[in-house]
Design a protein. Sequence first.
Length: 120
Amino acid sequence: MRAALLGLGLLAVGCSPPAPQAVAVDVSCVPESRPLRRLCTVRITDRQTGAAVRGATVTLHADMPSMPMAHSVPPAPAAPGAEPGVYRGVVELEMRGRWVVAVRIAGPVNDQVTHTIDIE
Ligand SMILES: [Cu+2]
């Protein structure tokens, strides 16, 4: 009986947004056409099943930690590609130096990871 009640409790917790560790998020960014343009690829997989996470809304928020309030790069959407669970978007950075891209994920899963880009 006690175990059954505990089980119900866990089910109730399951209704809240999943913990950040529910998904694995892999981010890579490569130069694209212009020096300050980066094409970022975000791959989202379910940690438990390894399945690709489809239907997520992914946005890329770039900022320069060393220059608080100095930049306001508009968030760039990362759109789903042909491969399930893979999203791509382009960030336009504004100067050389270290940038941090916050990758925000919403939809079937909610998570945020950061990715550092150094532009020489
Ligand atoms: Cu700057």
